[in-house]
Ligand binder design. Structure first.
Ligand code: GLU
Length: 313
């Protein structure tokens, strides 16, 4: 396994952030969830956590933002660990769509009658319904505790304003969830499934948290530094495979070819990547491209992959 020169890494991370800062001007912050529109588009942060648990950070790496869709692979891992792989994949497929993340159309037109994968909204809402707990509050807590543990914290805070803002305005997700209920795919009442989904999307992290979680995935479920097992190897591998093929909306193929890494983005500006056996990367930049990915985040992960030879395939 290749290791890093820790002395050079700090300088590299600083340089990559400096180069990405001007790119933030090319994107715009998400506004379809009203509370997200207040984000400062100029923020850019980056963190890397290696297999020994050493971290390197630069820029706005300790700014907090809501996870949004970065929560989806983590919820998937938790559902696999608690409900089991069969319970998850009997309800959700493993195939990319090429459609936008919040598309509803194939639920009706596709013969398979289940969401294409767990990283689009339809699949993620099914996964949220499978989280452990008897109601939305318990499922939401289970998510926060699990994600917090992966990030090396007791739990994660939640942005109540973003949570409420999305719950009040999320008509599209509500439509998707009712469609899923009609197909018999939800493991709990439809309003609970939505509530859990909005809660996990509003969980607060910073770039360092995402780098730590990415590192656990990179190490097939082991905590960097301590080697403690935090999730089954199988869960980590399934999650990474799906992140590679479906993690960046309909930009997943292009990013996979360019950077060669499993990654997941969110409209809060977060981007989490896992370089198998090597490191986790967390990037933050709320200015998004038209597909919903962080402009600076994509550029920074691409640069690190090229400079450090992280291409995984
Ligand atoms: N909560 C957001 C939604 O469902 C997440 C979107 C995203 O980050 O892709 O619309």
């Amino acid at each position: 396994m290749r290791t890093f020169d820790p002395n050079g890494l700090g300088t590299l991370v600083e340089r990559v952030v400096a180069e990405a800062r001007p790119l933030a001007r090319e994107g715009s912050v998400a506004s379809y969830i009203p509370a997200l529109a207040a984000a400062d588009p100029a923020r850019v942060g980056l963190a890397l956590v290696d297999a020994d648990g050493r971290s390197h950070q630069a820029g706005d790496s300790r700014d907090r933002f809501t996870m949004q869709s970065v929560s989806k692979p983590i919820a998937l891992a938790l559902a696999m660990e608690s409900a089991g792989e069969e319970a998850v994949f009997s309800r959700v497929g493993k195939e990319p769509t090429g459609d936008p993340f919040n598309s509803i159309i194939r639920l009706e037109t596709s013969e398979r009658r289940k969401p294409f994968n767990p990283l689009i909204n339809a699949g993620a809402i099914v996964v949220s319904s499978l989280l452990p707990g008897s109601d939305a509050a318990e499922k939401g807590e289970a998510f926060r505790a699990f994600a917090g543990r992966l990030a090396g914290r007791a739990t994660l805070d939640r942005d109540e304003e973003v949570f409420r803002s999305e719950r009040e305005t999320g008509a599209r997700n509500r439509s998707i969830a009712w469609f899923l209920a009609e197909l018999g795919l939800l493991a709990c009442p439809v309003e609970d499934a939505l509530d859990v989904y909005f809660r996990q999307c509003a969980a607060l992290v910073d770039a360092l948290d995402l780098a730590r979680i990415g590192a656990v995935l990179a190490l097939d479920g082991l905590e960097p530094g301590t080697g403690e097992r935090l999730m089954a190897q199988r869960s980590a591998r399934v999650v990474k495979a799906l992140m590679f093929s479906c993690g960046l909306y309909d930009e997943s193929g292009e990013f996979g070819v360019d950077a060669g890494l499993p990654a997941k983005s969110g409209v809060g500006g977060g981007l989490m990547a896992a370089a198998p056996g090597r490191c986790g990367i967390g990037a933050f930049g709320p200015a998004l491209d038209r597909r919903g990915n962080s402009v600076a985040g994509l550029a920074m992960v691409r640069s690190l992959s090229a400079e450090l030879g992280l291409y995984a395939l």
